[in-house]
Design a binder for this molecule. Structure first.
Ligand code: GLA
Length: 714
């Protein structure tokens, strides 16, 4: 194991432990770094005993260390900018001073080293551990903080960042993604960080996203571009209120990310450890494309479930039937689905509730018993019928929620999150159950087991259709109300973890009224996420492009629907570039549309090992030009699939694939060509990768809402 560290006798004794196979060996060092193949976080213990950091990407390690270089700055003892840690001690002292104690490194996994830097406050028994797990090959560092104390009573954490990464003072650009329901991630914004504090955050409690995803890009060589320049992606593993603050103090910039300190003071008892969510950093010196490919590889290995298994073709009934269905209407969808090549059927909302049937979104949430008039024999026969016809069966659930019009709410009105003395505020006619309450945890876990335990259910969509607006818990003590934001999310993760462990073969889709919960905190328990209720393919092209900066396309659910009334060929082509599904009444499709869907399904089955397990290259940015283009390259570089999505009329100019092996031969074949369009000029011809990357391929599309999917095979 190679470790880069520097020995400097700066008068402060420091210890670096180097470990093989989990055994730590101490080495004295006052300068050390957390490093991957191409990335390093350089730390230094100052003459004053505090821990400092050199700005990311800066070569000079000799410039004078100032307080503005502090690694995990603390409030109240001289640091006057945005702190990473703000503590009120048991005796009321509002200052904290952290001094370096030791650093250990554990080779906990091949190529994934864990570095732990211990800091302590000499005036108080308070210890902070900065943790870094460095993935050498993928240039990914996961970072988180642990806080423990042994004071005479609880200390209050007012701020507790996961990271306080140091960046150079000038020429740093931040790219972040604004949205809203049905526009998630659709508005990328790139801006230079300037003196002052730029904050990206969410105060919605049970979802991180809706307006702002907790993922962003920092670029050090001007606004980021696809194939050059130093870029650092950041993504916080947290599905609740978060804050990312970019604090430019004129000397340098701290990127402080973690749980949102807003209304979240956390009272930590002596001996308890507070562990922050993890922050993911991914480095590339060659632009956004390489950054994403590294992050996708990391995600397939560690950030999601079954990242090395291709995904089945799914048919959902939501857009087709809404709440209007019963046993025979659903079973009537199976045979046409199977005939088209569908592999998995997902039954959406509307299958439960008896006293208050779930026939619309006003009632029934929380009463997870199948509706007796719609499904007289429960869910099992629906699932069994599907399996008999060669389809897998999946089910929708929203375990965290309740309608006031439900038996659950009648029996347990105190189980919901609300503020006493305030008029109850509903969103989509529903309330959030208070997951900090053990009885609610037990109820949700029992409901999940009852649903997923039905024989032949092998897929579930876990929804969350509102966020917190009145954050009160009748379970938490009055002086612990501010714990709700954090304790909720941790209880949710415990539930998701139990679900993943108890149902290892059940695939899970993460949904939140569209894309409200797209983050790596939750995704690790799931196989995919629902990026948005907006399935208009013209909107999905830029939306999926933006998500792909951070998330592998195999995790991005993309369903063919009638949203936007786009041509079926275009809709299918867009969905095929991610995790393909359909949300259509197949019985109502024209013969031509059916044939297009069947062709898309069979093409998807042919290419899914490339699009899902291969590397993504973003070729033409749909936000900028008249079309969007991507290609995927198989791990052995023998096969490639090129997608071209025409958003406006434009010239039929060649698209230039990337990532091919220059020396390999590739034969060109357009998949599922649109009816009535001429074959592409290079159809059936063979060229070397070098020629294809240089000269490009002329796609069959030239007009708005046309697409071309081209396979390059060897
Ligand atoms: C949310 C989801 C939809 C659908 C409905 C059902 O809005 O995003 O896909 O499942 O709930 O109520």
């Amino acid at each position: 194991m190679k470790i880069q560290f520097y020995l400097f006798a700066l008068g402060v004794a420091a210890t670096l432990f180097v470990a093989e196979n989990g055994v730590a060996n101490p080495v004295a060092a006052n300068k050390f770094c957390v490093s991957t193949r191409n990335f390093a976080l350089n730390f230094e213990v100052g003459d004053d005993g505090r821990l400092y950091q050199r700005a990311v990407g800066t070569a000079d390690g000799n410039e004078k260390l100032l307080r503005t270089h502090e690694s995990y700055p603390q409030a109240g003892d001289g640091y006057v900018w945005e702190p990473a840690l703000q503590v009120v001690h048991a005796d009321g002292n509002t200052s904290t001073a952290l001094f370096f104690e030791s650093v250990t490194r554990t080779n906990d996994d091949a190529g994934r080293e864990l570095t732990q830097i211990k800091l302590h406050d000499p005036a108080y028994p308070l210890e902070v551990t900065l943790n870094f797990r460095a993935d050498r090959e993928r240039d990914v560092v996961e970072e988180w903080t642990g806080i423990i104390h042994h004071e005479s009573g609880a200390v209050t954490l007012e701020r507790m960042a996961s990271t306080a990464l140091l960046l150079p003072p000038k020429n740093v650009y931040l790219t972040h993604f604004f949205g809203d329901w049905a526009k998630e991630m659709l508005t990328p914004i790139t801006e230079q960080i300037t003196p002052g504090t730029k904050v990206l955050d969410s105060k919605m409690g049970v979802r991180a996203d809706q307006f702002q995803n907790p993922s962003f890009v920092l670029s050090l060589d001007g606004p980021p571009v696809e194939n050059s320049g130093r870029v650092l992606a950041g993504s916080l593993e947290w599905s609740g209120s978060f804050q990312c603050a970019f604090d430019d103090n004129g000397e340098n910039i701290h990127a402080l990310c973690g749980v949102n300190p807003f209304a979240s003071a956390y009272h930590l008892n002596p001996g308890e450890t507070f562990t922050t969510p993890k922050m993911i950093w991914v480095w590339s010196a060659n632009g956004l494309g390489e950054m994403s490919r590294k992050l996708h590889r990391w995600a397939r290995d560690f950030g999601m479930r079954d990242g090395h298994k291709t995904r089945a073709v799914l048919l959902n009934n939501w857009e087709a039937t809404g709440f209007e269905f019963d046993f025979s209407r659903i079973v009537g969808l199976y045979d046409p689905a199977k005939a088209l090549g569908v592999e998995l059927f997902l039954l959406d909302d509307g299958w439960f509730g008896n006293k208050y049937p779930r026939v619309n979104d006003h009632a029934g949430l929380g009463d997870w018993q199948p509706n007796r008039s719609r499904l007289p024999d429960g869910l099992a026969p629906l699932a069994t019928e599907a399996v008999k016809r060669g389809l897998r069966f999946g089910i929708w659930m929203e375990p965290e929620m309740v309608n006031p019009k439900s038996e659950l709410f009648e029996q347990h009105p105190d189980w919901v999150i609300r503020q006493p003395k305030r008029a109850l505020e509903l969103q989509r006619n529903q309330l959030v159950l208070d997951l900090t309450r053990p009885k609610v945890q037990a109820f949700e876990w029992q409901s999940i087991q009852n649903i997923l335990g039905v024989p032949d259910i092998s897929y579930a969509k876990w929804d969350c259709n509102r966020y917190l607006t009145q954050p009160g818990s009748s379970y938490l003590a009055p002086d612990r109300q501010s714990h709700l934001w954090i304790d909720y999310v941790n209880a949710l993760y415990a539930l998701m973890d139990k679900t993943a462990q108890a149902f290892p073969d059940t695939e899970l889709m993460l949904c939140s009224g569209g894309g409200g919960r797209v983050d790596y905190g939750a995704l690790k328990y799931f196989h995919e996420f629902w990026p948005s209720d907006n399935t208009d393919p013209t909107q999905r092209v830029p939306m999926q492009w933006d998500y792909s900066y951070f998330f592998p396309p195999m995790a991005i659910a993309s369903h063919v629907t009638h949203w936007g009334n786009r041509p079926m060929h275009f809709a299918c082509s867009v969905a095929m570039s991610a995790r393909f599904g359909m949300d259509l009444d197949l019985n109502k499709l024209s013969a031509q549309d059916k044939a297009i869907c069947a062709g898309a399904i069979s093409a998807y089955k042919r290419i899914r090992d490339v699009t899902q397990l291969g590397d993504l290259y973003r070729l033409e940015n749909p936000h900028e030009g008249f079309r969007g283009a991507l290609d995927f390259v198989s791990p052995d570089r023998a096969r490639t699939v090129v997608f071209v999505f025409q958003l406006k009329d434009g010239p039929q100019s060649p698209v230039h694939p990337q990532g091919l092996d220059p020396a390999k031969n590739y034969t060109i074949h357009e998949l599922n060509p649109a009816p009535g369009r001429a074959a592409i000029p290079q159809e059936g011809k063979t060229f070397t990768g070098e020629v294809l990357m240089r000269d490009g391929i002329v796609p069959s599309c030239a007009h708005a809402v046309e697409a071309s999917v081209i396979e390059l095979g060897s």
